[in-house]
Structure formats: structure tokens, C-alpha cells
Design a protein around this ligand. Structure first.
Ligand SMILES: [Zn+2]
Ligand SMILES: [Zn+2]
Length: 310
């Protein structure tokens, strides 16, 4: 029977061997992420980003996906970063910290520094040089319906927040919290700039002209009213692309809710509500017009994927 020391030594050797394989696999994963990124292979698998692909197909946790993709992208610019993580000279966590400051010009100074100091000391120095990198934007659940929001802000941004907080306190007749303040500021922004709200307002005005009483104005009524006012806004195709009218833009925003309309194989609609383009279902070069029926809203990635298919 083996004595305790021999057994512990074997466990130790096994741990070293597993950790070394883990390091090799991490290096290989970073390398393949670089290739996937360069070739945009993830788009062939219905993913709009490398991050989405890494979480969905590679089953990486959100944090690991974020970290490895950041290192993969930085290593494409500064290959020495990956060489140092492959050899174990710099840990993955230090490599991630370095991503915020590393450039081809300063690489030897930062890489040497990272090898000689602790992770904490490296984070402190990176934050000193690049204060924006000290706090990453983050929203994490702390209860099923509540989140904790983390971000860094400039002094100027803080002053604006304080100003709105004063105004909101005045309006509420109580001391407004940051949450009250942010919520009020966001409501004001959405009221002014949200394309869906703008479309609803425009439709409501037109429906009112059609003598509907205010109480009857559901979005369905509003939408139909606009379609009656302007059933088909057709700009015949000839030569260069014609601009879309404001009414047509409102119609599209209300129908598509200013959200990508792409559906995957399971019929799940893309969640994207940013970087939106208007896509011609029948292309302009094939005589497709700026009509309500021929236009759809797509996010940038699905738009590009749609044109790659064509
Ligand atoms: Zn298009
Ligand atoms: Zn999309």
C-alpha cells in the first residue's frame, strides 16, 4: 500500500499535467477564436457575433468568452501577448488586464512589467494609465427583478446626473435616488428619440384627424389609420436610390418595432435593436422599390448575412 506522501505526490503530478493541458487548450482556443473572427465563420451558424457563437456553440461562460475574445483580438495586433500566455509567462487574467493598454509600440514595457508584478499591482497600474479601463460596464442580477449596474463616469457626466437629480427631487417632492434620476432621464430621452414612440405619435395625430376619439387610439387603430391615409407609398425605382419618406419610416418602425426581423431556424426572432438597417427584400438593382412591403428592418450582422446569401 502506498504511503500518504507518495499518493499526494502522484496527485500533485496529475494536477500539473492537467493544468498544462488546460493551458495548451486555452492557447488553442484563443487561436481558433482569431480564425473565426477573421473569417466571420460564426455568421454561417446564425450568430451575429463571435461572442454569441462562443457562448452558444462553444458553451463558454459569458465571462470566459469575453476574456478570450478580447485576448484573441489584442493578440492579432500584438502577437507577443499570445506567445506569453501560451508559455505561461503571463496568466490569462493578466493578459486580459493588459488588453486595455497594450499596443505594438509599448508591448515590451507592459509585457515585462506584467511578468514581474502581481495581478492586483498590474490592474492598479493599468487603471492609473487608463482610468476608463478601471471599471468595466456591467449589469448583473441581484434578485430576479433587480440588477446591479456598474460603470465609470466622468466628472462632467456626474454633474449632469446631479443636476437631473435636483430637478427630479423638486418634481417628486422627495429626495430622488440615482435610480429615480436615471429612470426620469431615460424616459425623457425615449420620449424624444425612440423611433417607435415617434411613429406612434405621428400615427396618433393622423388618426385624430380621421376623427377617432383619444380613448379609441390603440396602436392597431393608429396603424390602420395611417395605412388608410397612405396605403402604399411607392417611389418608383429609376437610377439612384430614392430617400424614404418620414411616413414610410414611421410605418416600418411601428411594424418592426425598431427591431431586427430576422428569424432563425427555430422561428426565434433576433433580439437586436441597435445598428439597424433598412433592407430591400427585392434588391434595388432588380427593380425593388422603397415600398412598405419591400422593406424590412435588419441588424447590421443579419443584413450582411442576407447579402452574402444573395
Ligand atoms: Zn439590404
Ligand atoms: Zn439581427
Amino acid at each position: 500500500m502506498k504511503n500518504k506522501n507518495t499518493l499526494d505526490h502522484e496527485i500533485h503530478l496529475k494536477a500539473l499535467e492537467v493544468a498544462s493541458r488546460y493551458l495548451i487548450c486555452t492557447g488553442e482556443l484563443i487561436e481558433i477564436l482569431q480564425t473565426l473572427d477573421a473569417r466571420k465563420t460564426f455568421r454561417l451558424y446564425e450568430c451575429t457575433s463571435l461572442y454569441r457563437y462562443a457562448v452558444t456553440f462553444l458553451k463558454l461562460s459569458e465571462d470566459v468568452a469575453c476574456n478570450l475574445i478580447a485576448i484573441a483580438r489584442k493578440s492579432a495586433l500584438v502577437p507577443a501577448l499570445k506567445n506569453n500566455t501560451d508559455s505561461g509567462a503571463i496568466s490569462v487574467s493578466k493578459a486580459r488586464t493588459l488588453c486595455a493598454v497594450l499596443t505594438p509600440d509599448n508591448q515590451s514595457r507592459w509585457l515585462d512589467f506584467a511578468k514581474t508584478v502581481s495581478s492586483k499591482a498590474l490592474q492598479r497600474e493599468v487603471a492609473r494609465v487608463n482610468p476608463k479601463a478601471a471599471v468595466a460596464d456591467k449589469a448583473s442580477y441581484i434578485a430576479w427583478d433587480r440588477l446591479k449596474l456598474e460603470m465609470g463616469v466622468s466628472e462632467e457626466c456626474m454633474q449632469k446626473l446631479r443636476r437631473v437629480q435636483d430637478l427630479e427631487s423638486q418634481r417628486l417632492k422627495k429626495a430622488a435616488t440615482f435610480e429615480d434620476t436615471l429612470s426620469a432621464a431615460l424616459d425623457a430621452y425615449l420620449e424624444k428619440f425612440d423611433p417607435v414612440k415617434k411613429a406612434q405619435r405621428s400615427f396618433a395625430r393622423k388618426a385624430k384627424m380621421e376623427s377617432k376619439s383619444e380613448s379609441e387610439l390603440t396602436s392597431g387603430v393608429i396603424f390602420n389609420a395611417l395605412r388608410l391615409v397612405s396605403p402604399r407609398i411607392k417611389v418608383p425605382h429609376s437610377g439612384p436610390r430614392k430617400p424614404k419618406s418620414a411616413v414610410l419610416k414611421h410605418q416600418l418602425n411601428l411594424r418592426d418595432q425598431a427591431r431586427c426581423t430576422h428569424e432563425d431556424g427555430q422561428g426565434d426572432r433576433c433580439e437586436s435593436t441597435r445598428w439597424l438597417d433598412t433592407h430591400h427584400i427585392v434588391p434595388v438593382c432588380d427593380g425593388g422599390d422603397n415600398t412598405f412591403e419591400n422593406l424590412t428592418t435588419l441588424c447590421r450582422a443579419h443584413h450582411q448575412m442576407e447579402h452574402l446569401k444573395a
